[in-house]
Design a protein around this ligand. Sequence first.
Ligand code: HEC
Ligand code: HEC
Length: 260
Amino acid sequence: MRALLAIVALLAVTACAQPQKSTQAAYDEAVLPPGALGAEIRYGRELVMETRRLLPHDVGAKMDCAACHIDGGTRPRGGSFIGTYAAFPQWNKRAHRVIALQDRIAECFLYSMNGKPPAYSSREMIAMTAYIAWLSRDEAVLRPSARGQSFKIPLPSGTPDRRAGAALYAQRCSACHGATGAGAGPFPPLWGAGSFNDGAGMAHLDRMTGFVYYNMPKNAPHTLTKQEAYDVAGFVLSHERPGFRKRALVTFPSVPAEYF
Ligand code: HEC
Ligand code: HEC
């Protein structure tokens, strides 16, 4: 009986000590689950941070997932994955069906990375899913409205002023992303052959405006007005980028499921 009381007391204490929703907390290796699951979550993060190096055959753009999902998707309004797992399965307008998280990851491979998605049952796809699930562990499933992490903003009226955007680009962006938008080293390309293709979310004016408004320039984020972010996004998106080559890219390789 005493042991039982002790257990009840312990349960009560741990219940009270439940952490506040720690959804803002960055990824912390120290608190990963032990064993194989923790190892796969860690691998999933590596894939998000170093996608090109680890999956050279699946990535066409000179980009890692972390080019847009800043700090591996742990930055609010910087392409955060915190809560993402909980928002799936979800209705997808483009596909006109309910999709799973793997489908959404596949979309970013196809458009944002201008590449090919790994097979759904591959170690890589499962590791990335596990990583995003881990970042979402404090969220109630299928309650995406609680997130509020999107970087979309109401756009200024009228069309963007590309000339003003070009001047701003030269001053505030080109030092990192290059005068020709091709990027270099850790700085991802904004247009041209190495960039995301025309089917990507970032190729939409509203998405890029919000992303730039909240996150760029990297050395002084959140210092542009909405109008400036709009103008510079209009300028960036006025350049050529790869077209989405549906036939060439959409093959979902199967892997033999020899574990059954
Ligand atoms: C060029 C920029 C870019 C790159 C690179 C990119 N993404 Fe995305 N991703 C986006 C945008 C934009 C969205 C939509 C965000 C929104 O609408 O709020 C998105 C959305 C997502 C979502 C859905 C998020 C949610 O909460 O609904 C997932 C999952 C995702 N990306 C995974 C990946 C993975 C994995 C990679 C690398 C293989 C990747 N992305 C690379 C731009 C990018
Ligand atoms: C100090 C360097 C630096 C400056 C200046 C800078 N960026 Fe970035 N930018 C980065 C880095 C690094 C990333 C990758 C994400 C990260 O690590 O924050 C990035 C990512 C991006 C992305 C998403 C990935 C892609 O390639 O499409 C866009 C869009 C972007 N920057 C636009 C801009 C614009 C527009 C400006 C000027 C207003 C700007 N950046 C200024 C360093 C910079």
